[in-house]
Design a protein around this ligand. Structure first.
Ligand SMILES: [Zn+2]
Ligand SMILES: [Zn+2]
Length: 420
């Protein structure tokens, strides 16, 4: 790893001739790790498993880590598919962790790649297979070079990023304190971002995700005589309309970015189109950079605004509304101190480009549970090139270009090497 780092420094300094042989070694080590990683990726990609059911994937990860020489593994109570491997350099130094996710999502893959999912209705549409494969490649590379590293490095392969019970359960288990982990790093595939490019910015970078269920009950009637009942579909439409308008009309969105989306509506029956039903259920998500049950700079909380705005609709005579708002993962926060510590060095040695332009998105990520507790950095990795890596994450067309793997491994390896 000294050679690895030195070669990069020399290359950066322009001593190309002196560095030539070392650079060749670095490149071959990275290329080898990337080739390995891509092979692993194809295996995981073909056999995706949903959250908390990642037994085969976790077994593959454990087997590959053992093959690479890892012997120390840490269990998380109640999370059998979580794999945490330890690399102890036996030298004083920082204790850091890298994290990848194991779970896939529901979906029928239409990416067109030859190693497409062999499991009906399940696919890796969020790139977690790529992240796991990149972390395995990194673990193998770093373990083979541990003489030149310091401190301890933990490799966290977490289940259930897409559903409840992943990062939050790891945090709640107390394992991070037990292992004395000081910083955690993660990356995520960024569709549309070119291979070789990485983005990261300090502070809040991804929204928190929260959920709601609204049940409306009233009096059903014949569709021909809506005046005899509550006209629940019409009331439901008013609620959807009101919710969508809240961020734009009731909040200062320059200070409080937020999105409220109704994603599920159930009312009536597919047959009996002449009946106005007596009940509807709506579900959806609230994305925001604030705690939705807390006031914001003296203004009412989002939860309070929702209740206030729905009040006139819900007080329609004969109507009852049950509004259930639940907090999910918090916003993802990149520690500005850690950013200042790591980025200057990282930008110098990383062979791709790192864009640090402030960037916020309304997507969310359960890595936020780590960032709430420990200084962390969360990178976006470019996966787009040729005709792969452009479709959005969570779409059935989602894919990752093979060229992205080497940059993911290099990014993590550089971070590990900068811990001196
Ligand atoms: Zn996802
Ligand atoms: Zn994801």
């Amino acid at each position: 790893m000294v050679k690895y780092f030195l070669s990069k420094l020399l290359l950066t300094a322009g001593f190309i001739l002196i560095a030539f042989s070392l650079t060749a070694q670095t490149q071959s080590q990275l290329s080898e790790a990337a080739d390995y990683s891509f092979e692993i990726y194809k295996q995981i990609h073909q056999y995706p498993e949903l959250g908390l059911q990642e037994f085969k994937t976790a077994e593959l990860v454990r087997t590959e880590l053992k093959k690479a020489g890892f012997t120390n593994f840490h269990k998380v109570e109640g999370l059998p598919t979580c794999v945490i491997a330890e690399l102890d350099t036996k030298k004083d130094g920082p204790v850091i962790a890298f994290r990848a996710e194991l779970d896939a999502r529901p979906g029928e893959e239409k990416s067109g790649v030859p190693y497409t999912s062999k499991i009906d209705t399940v696919m890796h549409s969020c790139g977690h297979d790529a992240h796991t494969a990149i972390l395995l490649g990194t673990a193998r590379l770093l373990n083979s070079m541990k003489e030149s590293l310091r401190g301890k490095i933990y490799f966290i392969f977490q289940p259930a990023e897409e559903i409840k019970g992943g990062a939050d359960d790891i945090v709640n288990s107390g394992i991070l304190e037990k292992l004395d982990i000081q910083n955690i790093y993660a990356l995520h595939s960024a569709s549309g971002l070119e291979v070789g490019r990485v983005t990261i910015s300090p502070g809040y970078t991804m929204a928190g995700s929260n959920y709601f269920t609204i049940e409306i009950e009233g009096k059903g009637s014949h569709a021909a005589t809506p005046y005899e009942g509550s006209n629940i579909p019409l009331i439901t439409a008013k609620v959807v309309n009101e919710l969508a308008g809240i961020p734009a009309l009731q909040m200062d969105i320059t200070e409080r970015p937020a999105v409220i989306s109704v994603t599920y509506i159930e009312t009536g029956r597919p047959v009996g189109l002449n009946v106005l039903p007596s009940k509807s259920v709506m579900k959806g998500t609230i994305r925001a950079y604030e705690q939705i049950d807390q006031p914001f700079n003296g203004q009412p909380s989002i939860e309070e605004i929702i209740n206030r705005q729905l009040q006139p609709i819900c007080s329609t005579p004969g109507i009852t509304c049950k509004i259930d708002i639940r907090k999910g993962s918090p916003p993802t926060y990149n520690s500005p101190e850690l950013f200042e510590k790591v980025l200057p060095g990282l930008t110098k040695v990383f062979s791709g480009s790192i864009d640090t332009t402030p960037n916020r998105g309304m997507f969310s990520e359960d890595f936020s549970y780590f960032t709430e507790n420990i200084p962390c950095l969360y990178f976006s990795l470019g996966v787009a090139k040729d005709n792969l890596g452009y479709a959005n994450v969570h779409s059935e067309e989602f894919s990752v270009h093979p060229g992205a793997f080497i940059y993911g491994i290099e990014l993590f390896a550089d971070i590990a090497d900068l811990q001196r």
